[in-house]
Design a protein around this ligand. Structure first.
Ligand code: GTP
Ligand code: MG
Length: 270
């Protein structure tokens, strides 16, 4: 049986190791109130509903240092390694801390690498706001990713014991979805409807034309789109197509990737 690999990622002290221990029902990873407690990646296997999960606890994300580019400063080598090795990332934030630019960047990075994302709000016991208000705040902020649809965040108090079923249900759903083969006929109806609803803008007197779409890979989900002058389609329009496909197929927690392939047209000057 192949493992579903899961990396627990988040800023120092958000409760990654606490969640890791809770998942394993054992105190394996050191928990402390000092940020930077976990140094190396710790990995353990668990079984949930006949699936084997390999869980990585990570040292998390470093504070910003001014010398490097922003992405580098937040994502350390260990974290990067864990993200690359994983199918799914459990991304933790603290309820009281708010969603920072760094959090958003890392979520974006995770999705861009084709990984599934489960967004978890921890230390919900420390906030005065209701769960709903906190969830709504984070949800409306992470929903900015318009080429990926996220699930509603899971809110939790990770120091309360008990296996976090909800998180694993989401992980399973995301994993299954990212391994789905979408019916070609359906996919083509979806994309033609998207184009009908919102026409591709004209570029250089020519309107790019989409003729056909087909899925070429699962996990990550990659689709090839065939047509003419497709290199003229704007970034925004590509995002519109991605989001439309995700909505119609009801896939959340992962990105889809579109590759545009234009037929050579001898009548159009370059
Ligand atoms: N009140 C409250 N405290 C929590 C919760 N989850 C974790 N903590 C506490 O937060 C502190 C940090 O927890 P860790 O699990 O060590 O955090 P971490 O993200 O692994 O930290 P690093 O390894 O340093 O990156 C500990 O004192 C935990 O007991 C929670 O849901 N509520
Ligand atoms: Mg830790």
């Amino acid at each position: 049986m192949e493992d579903i690999s899961v990396a627990i990622i988040g800023k120092p002290n958000v409760g990654k190791s606490t969640l890791f221990n809770k998942i394993l029902s054992k105190n394996i990873s050191l928990v402390d109130n000092i940020p930077g407690t976990t140094k190396d990646i710790i990995e353990q296997r668990i079984f949930y509903k006949n699936n084997s999960f390999l869980i990585f606890d990570t040292g998390g994300l470093k504070k910003k240092s001014k010398s490097k580019s922003e992405e580098q400063t937040y994502i350390t080598k260990n974290t990067l390694q864990a993200i690359y090795k994983s199918n799914i990332v459990f991304f933790l934030v603290e309820a009281n801390a708010g969603l920072t630019k760094a959090d958003k960047q890392i979520c974006r990075f995770i999705l861009d690498k084709g990984k599934g994302l489960v967004f978890i709000i921890n230390k919900i016991d420390l906030t005065e706001n209701s769960r709903e208000v906190v969830k709504e705040y984070f949800y409306s902020n992470v929903d900015l990713f318009d080429d990926a649809l996220l699930h509603e965040p899971v809110s939790m108090n990770s120091v309360i014991s008990g296996f976090p079923n909800k998180i694993f249900e989401l992980a399973l759903e995301i994993f299954r979805n990212s391994n789905k083969n979408i019916n070609s006929k359906f996919l083509n109806i979806v994309i033609q409807n998207l184009v009908l609803k919102n026409r591709i803008p004209i570029s250089n007197k020519y309107r790019p034309k989409i003729k056909f779409i087909k899925q070429v890979s699962t996990s990550p989900m990659i689709f090839k789109v065939f047509g003419s002058q497709l290199n003229k389609i704007s970034h925004d329009y590509k995002r519109y197509l991605c989001k439309g496909i995700l909505k119609k197929t009801n896939i959340k927690g992962v990105r889809v990737f579109l590759k545009f392939i234009s037929a050579k047209n001898p009548y159009v000057a370059n």
